[in-house]
Design a protein around this ligand. Structure first.
Ligand SMILES: Nc1ncnc2c1ncn2[C@@H]1O[C@H](COP(=O)(O)OP(=O)(O)OP(=O)(O)O)[C@@H](O)[C@H]1O
Length: 327
């Protein structure tokens, strides 16, 4: 594999796309850095595909801009060698074989045949390379799309829902591939509507809802912002317990008159020990960790387009901007 020279990145500024009355992408700003996998998350209809299409010039922004390594996609003399993209509904001639499809692309972009052969092997398509693409399963089609995205050995890779249709082995393969591509210094931007999927590979997260930025953060910070690890503790002297547990970065909440306290910032073990040292009897000591899925749902609950039902327990989402924020 080649060594990636220089810092590559994707930068969106006030990026906007309107289709008539509908604002699909709304003044979006974020930065995707090189050498890391950045997950692009949002519920269905959030504007992920539209954003990705604008990055590769398939859709023109109504406002704002998006640049790859400081340039608009259309300004690249050899775009395939700069940005590789797997987008949904990619059209492939159904009568062609996978090999012929990749060769046709390689030929028109001055890419040697050995690169096609290398990618067919790398994407696990060797046994079906001569078969008609029209007869491919969804998973095989995804692998072919990834081979095609990597053909020009680009420093920037954009994949829209790449695990769609892949079997568990394929999902594992994608995870390893993404991590390896980032480790080589490439910019890897991958969309999904499943937090659980992205959290396993992404170092960084850009979360959108209804076209707007909801979070530009890390997995760890998203969990922390959503409540982090909280311990429920019940005792016969909550007021005193509150006193002995309090300190910097420790948050303690509890209703007046209730035996229960919710403590964030201390482990159950430490709380138990401190209570014992102070001679306070505990009736309950339950650690409760906010799941990533929950954190994601919390963040996007107001931005879901086609919601099955209201979720009264969830609070409105603000914008979380942490590590690597674009602004
Ligand atoms: N060509 C178009 N004309 C009109 N509206 C569109 C068009 N393309 C997208 N939209 C609308 O823009 C919004 C964002 O769509 P987009 O496909 O970008 O979302 P997404 O986050 O990729 O969703 P999904 O996960 O369902 O693919 C949706 O409400 C969609 O209906």
């Amino acid at each position: 594999m080649v060594c990636i020279k220089g810092e590559s990145m994707i930068e969106a500024q006030q990026l906007t796309k309107r289709y008539g009355e509908k604002t699909a992408v709304d003044r979006l700003g974020f930065t995707v850095k090189a050498g890391a996998v950045t997950g692009f998350l949002g519920p269905n209809g959030a504007g992920k595909s539209t954003t990705m299409r604008m990055i590769v010039g398939l859709d023109a922004p109504t406002g704002g801009s998006v640049r790859v390594n400081g340039r608009r996609y259309a300004e690249f003399p050899a775009p395939l060698q700069e940005v590789g993209a797997l987008l949904e509904a990619k059209s492939v001639h159904p009568g062609r074989s996978a090999y012929a499809h990749l060769m046709a692309q390689a030929y028109t972009h001055g890419i040697p045949r050995r690169r096609v052969e290398e990618l067919i092997e790398m994407t696990g398509l060797t046994s079906v390379a001569k078969k008609r693409v029209g007869a491919f399963s969804l998973g095989m089609g995804q692998r072919l799309g990834i081979a095609s995205a990597l053909l020009g050995d680009p420093a920037t890779i954009i994949l829209d829902e790449p695990v769609n249709g892949l079997d568990p082995e394929g999902v594992l393969w994608i995870r390893t591939l993404l991590t390896d591509l980032a480790a080589e210094g490439r910019t890897v931007f991958v969309s999904s509507h499943l937090m659980s999927e992205v959290a396993l590979v992404a170092d960084h997260l850009v979360v959108i809802g209804r076209g707007r930025l909801l979070a530009d953060t890390t997995v760890q910070d998203l969990v922390r912002q959503s409540g982090g690890e909280t311990v429920k503790v019940a005792s016969d002297d909550p007021a005193r317990l509150r006193e002995i547990l309090s300190g910097t970065d420790i948050e303690i909440t509890g209703r007046p008159g209730s035996e229960e306290l919710q403590v964030t910032g201390l482990s159950a073990r430490v709380i138990g020990r401190k209570a014992a040292d102070a001679g306070i009897a505990l009736f309950e000591l339950t650690p409760h960790s906010v799941s990533l899925e929950h954190a994601f749902m919390d963040l996007t609950s107001d931005a879901v387009e086609y919601q099955g039902g209201a979720s009264p327990g969830r609070h409105a989402a603000g914008t979380i901007e942490n590590v690597g924020s674009a602004s």
